[in-house]
Design a protein around this ligand. Structure first.
Ligand code: FUL
Length: 473
């Protein structure tokens, strides 16, 4: 029996907040980049755009929400204000908004229409509000701008129902007068906690970590327990996009390992900070007609899905509506086929009504069988000395299978560091996968096999191991 080092015990004791758990369950959700840039065919506006230009004559937020729902998404985050400062809602604190536009004679509110459509189609709703504001004259002045920003934030936090997420990016450039603003992050967070306590504050925030690139890849071992300094604002800002033409495409190689024993050993403060993969369905974040024929194909999106949702991260997929105010048919086609593909891929969990035995368990409530339950708090628990613990799944008959979905009971922490998955073929155990982390979800994919028995071996875990999800497709 090896003694678990104290720093490993500490890491194993870090658990998610209730709001982080709810966020994690959202798994796959949409980013909608829509605003004045949609009408100027640009990615970053400079703040001098004429609000009159904003006129989405056929705006159809119901179409957005419906398409997202059919694509298999569970939420939607709208860019209520991007770096150009133009507000998609009639903010009382600036004239630079839909109120000064042609659209609906200045009487429209895109945020309201979008929130309503999300509610209708069962999607959670979230807001993106850029702290960097290239229009607002008080930007760069310190307190005055922070007050202005909090006022706008308050409008969004109070008028549009429950929010599942407030998304802040790390971009912090110069304002209209050449000054850079010092953001009152703590003040912004306090306001969000007060008015929307269930909303996760993402990226430049304490609840959700940016995976580190905009290319749709996360780490092979994505830990949700990482050193505290990864939530440091300056660090996030320095890794963020600095120039409109140069989005951060790759994970910084020095940041490939955030959570292994080696990475956390010397750190005296750890936090639960799970990863989100954000990527656009097109090259740009906003709509550009010249990109109509370079919408990412289904195969690419499915790969990103499996490498994010299937690797302990969430998947935030950006879809940019056209100046008409609708999702373009090219994006629509891919999104609908993605929804259909996900339905096919996860059509029937063949592990339902099966038998799961274990080599060890904590007590009679936490046996292998409990891993098959759909109750979130019914799970297998190895008890002490988890290394080498095994679970064997008997499907009762042979089935054609090419995916096993695993999940830890993350409410009790992220524990598994290394595992292998086997299938019994002609009486012998054949290794199908060997990975490190599981976390909230790990999807193991392999070539289809006809099989009745699977075996999961926990090769290494921190203080104990849990499995709350074990599905076969
Ligand atoms: C970045 C922004 O600069 C991009 O325009 C986009 O909104 C992306 C999601 O975040 O920081």
């Amino acid at each position: 029996m090896s003694r678990t080092p104290d720093f490993v015990k500490y890491a194993a004791s870090i658990v998610p907040s209730e709001r982080q758990l709810r966020w994690q369950e959202t798994e796959f959700y949409a980013f909608i980049h829509f605003g004045i840039n949609t009408f100027t065919n640009s990615e970053w506006g400079n703040g001098n755009e004429d609000p009159e230009l904003f006129n989405p004559e056929k705006l159809d937020c119901r179409q957005w929400a419906k398409v997202c729902q059919l694509a298999g998404m569970k939420g939607l985050i709208l860019t209520c204000k991007h770096h150009d400062g133009f507000c998609l809602w009639p903010s009382a604190y600036t004239e630079h908004s839909v109120r000064s536009s042609k659209w609906k004679d200045g009487k429209g509110d895109v945020v309201a229409e979008c929130a309503k459509a999300c509610a209708e189609f069962g999607l959670k709703f979230g807001v993106y509000l850029s702290p960097w504001d290239r229009h607002e004259p008080t930007y760069g002045s310190g307190e005055a701008y922070n007050k202005f920003f909090k006022n706008q934030l308050r409008e969004l936090l109070t008028a549009y129902g429950d929010l599942f997420c407030v998304w802040f990016d790390g971009a912090c450039g110069e304002g209209p007068n050449g000054k850079v603003q010092e953001y009152d992050w703590e003040g912004y967070y306090k306001l969000i906690r007060e008015l929307q306590p269930d909303a996760a504050i993402s990226i430049s925030g304490p609840d959700v970590r940016w995976c580190g690139n905009e290319a749709g890849v996360c780490r092979k071992s994505e830990w949700s327990v990482v050193p505290y300094w990864h939530s440091n604002q300056e660090l996030i800002a320095s890794a963020s996009q600095k120039d409109v033409t140069k989005p951060p495409r790759k994970i910084n190689p020095t940041a490939l390992d955030l959570g292994s024993r080696k990475a956390i050993k010397k750190c005296n403060k750890l936090i639960w900070y799970p990863a989100e993969v954000d990527v656009s369905i097109r090259k740009g974040w906003f709509y550009h007609p010249e990109e109509d024929y370079s919408v990412k194909p289904l195969s690419k999106l499915m790969d990103i899905y499996y490498n994010s949702v299937g690797a302990n991260a969430s998947f935030l997929l950006n879809i940019p509506p056209t100046p008409e105010g609708k999702i373009h048919e090219k994006d629509l086609e891919t999104l609908l086929s993605m929804g259909a593909q996900l339905e096919i891929d996860f059509n029937e969990n063949l592990a339902d009504d099966s038998v799961m035995t274990d080599s060890q368990h904590l007590d009679s409530k936490h046996t292998g069988q409990a891993a098959l339950s759909h109750e979130p708090d019914t799970y297998w628990h190895s008890g002490e000395d988890p290394d080498g613990a095994e679970l064997v799944l008997d499907l009762g008959d042979e089935y054609d299978i090419d995916k096993i979905v695993l999940g830890e009971h993350i409410k009790t922490g992220q524990q598994v560091e290394k595992f292998s998955l086997y299938a019994k073929i002609n009486g012998k155990w054949k290794k199908l996968a060997s990975e490190t982390t599981i976390g909230y979800k790990r999807i193991c994919r392999f070539s289809e096999i006809r099989v009745r028995y699977f075996k999961l071996v926990i090769e290494k875990a921190r203080c104990f191991a849990t499995i709350a999800k074990f599905e076969a497709y």
